[in-house]
Design a protein around this ligand. Structure first.
Ligand code: ZN
Length: 299
């Protein structure tokens, strides 16, 4: 009996300690830019020419997409599942129109040749990914920060290897079914695939909480050749787009902003935004404020 009492007291004390710690790190008073608490990432794989119509749909509703490309397959055609009932002719995007097609969107990595990374040596993983980064950097003249694992193929070790590249984040295909911010940016589980996104739409639109959340959707634009799927993504974008309370953002810029929040030096009496960090935003007594790099906040 005494043992049980001691044990339950210990559990309560540990619980309170854990709550105190997590409260310090949940950035509950911090906001996204413009004072928003909600964010949307739309992440699309494979770089086929169906991306053009999807990027245009996103543009219509102020949504920013992250498009994961296989640079070694650009400018080619392929037959997938040849001879099977689900045979499909695929046309990859052309290199010379990438920047135009993705003018308002992020260009990101999906491996040079769409290889499954689990089972490859570290050297082979790095070659598949680093060459894709190099190619896309040259083609776009942009900084390449984000990745999605081809076939969703990853594990702790692969993620560790990806963490040694210049990339800041890599998406899995494992649904979290929640609106939480990720714990591991190299094993970043999206909320859900777009075929399930309508089921979460209403919950996210009506969410009204002063803590940071994220709705992260992934998929393939070539699946929208199906009429019903096409109607569904159009409905999703028209309802979630152009809202004042949602930050439409690429995976790379989202990861950078969250990294800036995590880099704040939070002490008992002051919060310092270190030099070289990004600008961060917060609300104080309802007022939206920002903390620039090098600035401190005392309380
Ligand atoms: Zn893929």
């Amino acid at each position: 009996m005494i043992k049980a009492l001691l044990l339950s007291t210990l559990i309560i004390v540990l619980g309170l300690l854990a709550m105190g710690c997590s409260e310090k790190n949940t950035f509950i008073n911090w906001t996204y830019p413009d004072g928003k608490y909600k964010a949307l990432i739309m992440s699309y794989d494979d770089g086929l020419d169906d991306d053009i119509a999807l990027a245009q749909l996103f543009d219509r509703y102020g949504i920013i997409g992250t498009f994961h490309l296989n640079s070694g397959l650009l400018d080619t055609r392929a037959i997938w599942n040849e001879g099977k009932p689900n045979e499909i002719l695929q046309t990859y995007l052309s290199k010379d129109t990438l920047v135009h097609v993705f003018k308002n969107h992020e260009i990101a990595v999906h491996g040079t040749y769409h290889k499954a990374l689990v089972g490859l040596s570290d050297k082979e993983i790095l070659e598949e990914i680093n060459i894709d980064i190099e190619n896309l950097t040259i083609l776009s003249d942009r900084k390449i920060s984000s990745m999605a694992y081809a076939f969703g193929s990853t594990n702790d070790h692969v993620a560790e290897v990806i963490g040694t590249t210049p990339l800041t984040n890599a998406r899995t295909v494992k649904s979290s079914y929640n609106f939480d911010l990720p714990e591991d940016y190299y094993l970043w589980n999206p909320t859900c695939h777009d075929s399930e996104a309508l089921e979460y739409l209403e919950a996210y639109i009506s969410l009204d909480s002063p803590s940071l959340s994220l709705f992260y959707v992934w998929g393939h634009s070539w699946e929208f050749r199906d009429t019903l799927r096409n109607q569904n993504i159009s409905k999703f974008c028209s309802e979630i787009g152009l809202r004042d309370d949602i930050w439409y953002i690429s995976a790379g810029d989202f990861a950078d902003y969250h990294a800036s929040l995590k880099a704040l030096e939070i002490g008992p009496k002051q919060i310092v935004n270190p030099e070289g960090n990004g600008v961060v935003y917060y609300r104080e007594k309802g007022q939206l404020k920002s903390l620039d790099p090098g600035q401190r906040l005392t309380h």
